[in-house]
Design a protein around this ligand. Structure first.
Ligand code: ZN
Length: 310
């Protein structure tokens, strides 16, 4: 009985010890779980914050993105900076875009640069310098330059005509254009112009003559009419053959002015595959294997116009 009594407390103590150990293990496991879950949610919050800040920084400035990505190798994966390479990596994937798309984008930018250069506002000094180079182009061909005074007008709803008059002045006096035939151009007012160049709403082009189409530009007597539809869009086939809108505007101004200088449609046509189309060929309708060309060819450099010396 005494032994039994002695053994019982020892047995009880062992059971008690076991319970304490089990309880301690459970508490330890619980604490570990709590710590893990708290750290996990903290990391998740950090990542959300990091994505938000990197998204904001990538829109605010492209220059800021290299900084976090440069520091990322030394940063832990869970740090806010480590998630910033994700957006910068996606933004750096644009240079590896389709080369064809890139070439198209560059051509578009170059076209816009040329259009802006043609339409930029002209100062008096710039007008004088352009006119001087036009006279020189005449003289270089052994011709005494004559002066034609033209006026600029608009008809119908053509929106802002800003840049139209300055484009016309630059195109007509370009050293590759009609000045080589011995004609240079100055812009006058309504009282003294030999030719009026009008930017017209497409539907109103036939109001100048029943022979004029709402689809194309036209010349009637002393009126040179530039169709707004073509001014804005050129012609698809002509563009596909290697032209751009700045070239088309140059071609159509020179072609229609060519009529006022005595030239007729298609007096010469394409001389062979891949050669420059004659200016007076109706390039908007057909190229006949030639490439788009905005200036009179050498054998088109003549005029019936007679005017005062420039
Ligand atoms: Zn024509």
């Amino acid at each position: 009985m005494a032994r039994h009594l002695k053994q019982q407390p020892a047995h009880m103590r062992r059971v008690y010890m076991m319970r304490r150990i089990v309880a301690l293990v459970i508490v330890a496991l619980f604490v570990a779980l709590v710590v893990i879950s708290v750290r996990g949610s903290h990391q998740a919050r950090n990542q959300h914050a990091a994505i938000a800040t990197s998204a904001a920084s990538s829109t605010s400035s492209a220059a800021s993105s290299p900084a976090p990505s440069a520091s990322s190798p030394s940063a832990e994966q869970s740090s806010p900076k480590s998630s910033s390479p994700k957006p910068s990596a996606s933004s750096s994937s644009s240079p590896s875009a389709d080369p064809k798309q890139q070439a198209e984008q560059q051509a578009k930018q170059e076209e816009q640069r040329q259009l802006d250069a043609l339409a930029a506002p002209l100062s008096d000094d710039e007008r004088s310098a352009i006119l001087a180079s036009a006279k020189k182009a005449s003289e270089d061909q052994g011709k005494q330059p004559m002066q034609m005074v033209y006026c600029v007008s608009t008809k119908g709803n053509v929106g802002s005509a800003d840049g139209f008059a300055d484009t016309v002045y630059r195109v007509l006096n370009n050293e590759h254009g009609w000045p080589r035939s011995g004609v240079v151009f100055t812009q006058g007012d309504e009282s003294n112009c030999t030719v009026t160049i009008t930017l017209s709403q497409p539907e109103l082009v036939p109001s100048f003559s029943e022979y004029c189409s709402p689809e194309y530009s036209c010349r009637v007597g002393s009126d040179v009419i530039i169709n707004k539809k073509r001014w804005d869009n050129a012609v698809d086939d002509w563009l596909k053959a290697g032209g751009n809108l700045a070239m088309y505007r140059t071609m159509v101004i020179n072609h229609e002015m060519g009529h006022a200088l005595g030239h007729r449609d298609n007096e010469t046509t394409c001389a062979g595959e891949g050669k420059k189309a004659p200016l007076m060929q109706e390039q908007s309708m057909f190229l006949k294997g030639c490439v788009p060309n905005p200036y009179p060819l050498d054998d088109e450099q003549w005029t019936t116009f007679v005017g005062p010396n420039a």
